[in-house]
Write a protein that binds this ligand. Structure first.
Ligand code: SF4
Length: 370
């Protein structure tokens, strides 16, 4: 029988290393995000990166649009604990400058970096500093000749753009690269990744580009990325949201968690509530998500409104509460009932049990003072 909790079998890919993070060849699927501060504003950018790392980001990409920003970039990489990928468009000299100033990897878009000679110069700089390159193909910036050949962006054009860049890199004996083929149209994006995965063993960076705001972008990214992950495609991912980039990290981990690929932090199961609910499940979950957002141990918490499904969900959770008719709640640890509390104590109690969690611990308490 199929193991329903097993992660999907992954496509075989070769490895690249971005600082101390391996991508590909079976390494954990890394979650990345991108700053949206002005790179020249070192303090603001470092502060944002610190929040991203707290949320679990394995890698952070920083855009370097001009020569002034290179100076900021050089300072930023010295002040943070996570490998930083320099994102470069248009000016190959900036890519070279970032390679010389602490980048852990370069991301270029061959459609706008310019001539083969310029791409070759970037490649040489990466080689000199031991950096991998992500070839980031985007449906919105395909080479003109590909648009002429294929018409509107299609998977074949996206993949040809990627492989064409790889050829240039390989002609300089550079094989330390990963690909992304992003589009905001879901089917174009996933079909491009599927086609590319059939043609290369290079690691693939997944993402649905320009996916939208927090709600729409989360939905679109979750559908597209989980579809690809389910087929074993993908070695690292970025959820693109027009929102606080810390949310991108949270959504990225939520996708991996829901597919049993990688866990981080508390997984909160909660019923949607109905007329039977005995405790404020919605308010408690909202508060717990805030309080436990940076807690990194993988625990399962269930917050359930009543006894219809509460004890059942509690059996599979590390910590659970289940509302009762009188506004009180039963507390469970590892499925065993350990006492009851007032509904108003649910959030504090769960937070305390999660933070002090020891699976072997047999707590028995009654906060009602009975
Ligand atoms: Fe309603 Fe109880 Fe089910 Fe929650 S667990 S949705 S309160 S029946």
């Amino acid at each position: 029988m199929r193991d329903l909790l097993a992660p999907p079998i992954r496509r075989k890919s070769r490895a690249i290393h971005v600082g101390n993070v391996q991508i590909g060849d079976g390494a954990p699927i890394s979650v990345q995000t991108m700053t949206n501060t002005d790179t020249k504003d070192v303090e603001a950018t470092v502060s944002q990166i610190t929040a991203m790392v707290k949320a679990g980001a394995d890698l952070v990409r920083v855009s370097v649009p001009d020569e002034e920003s290179v100076k900021g970039f050089a300072q930023i990489v010295k002040k943070v604990s996570v490998p930083i990928v320099a994102d470069i468009h248009f000016d190959y000299r900036i890519a070279i400058a970032c390679a010389e100033n602490g980048a852990a990897a370069l991301r270029i878009n061959p459609g706008n970096i310019g001539s083969k000679e310029k791409v070759a110069a970037v490649c040489q700089a990466a080689k000199d500093h031991g950096l991998p390159i992500r070839v980031g193909v985007n449906a919105g910036s395909l080479d003109k000749d590909l648009l002429k050949k294929y018409g509107p962006p299609c998977p074949e054009a996206m993949v040809e753009a990627a492989l064409r860049s790889a050829e240039i890199l390989e002609s300089h004996n550079f094989v330390d690269y990963a690909f992304s083929v992003k589009a905001s149209e879901l089917n174009l994006c996933t079909a491009s990744y599927e086609l590319l995965a059939s043609k290369t063993d290079a690691p693939l960076h997944l993402g649905i580009t320009e996916a939208g705001g927090l709600m729409a972008g989360t939905v679109l990214s979750s559908i597209g990325i989980s579809y690809l992950l389910g087929k074993g495609i993908g070695d690292t991912l970025r959820v693109s949201l027009a929102a606080d980039p810390v949310e991108e990290v949270k959504v990225g981990f939520a996708i991996l968690k829901s597919m049993h690929i990688r866990s981080r932090g508390v997984d909160i199961i909660a019923c949607p509530t109905c007329a039977r609910h005995g405790i404020d499940v919605v308010g408690a979950v909202s508060e717990l998500e805030k309080r436990l957002s940076t807690f990194d141990k993988p625990l399962k918490v269930a917050v359930m409104g009543c006894v219809v499904n509460g004890p059942g969900e509690a059996r599979g959770a590390d910590v659970a509460v289940c509302g009762m008719k009188n506004g009180q709640a039963m507390v469970y640890i590892k499925g065993e009932s350990v006492g009851k509390i007032q509904g108003s104590q649910v959030v504090d109690t769960i937070e305390r049990l999660v933070r002090d969690y020891k699976p072997e611990q047999k707590i028995s308490f009654n906060l009602l003072g009975e």
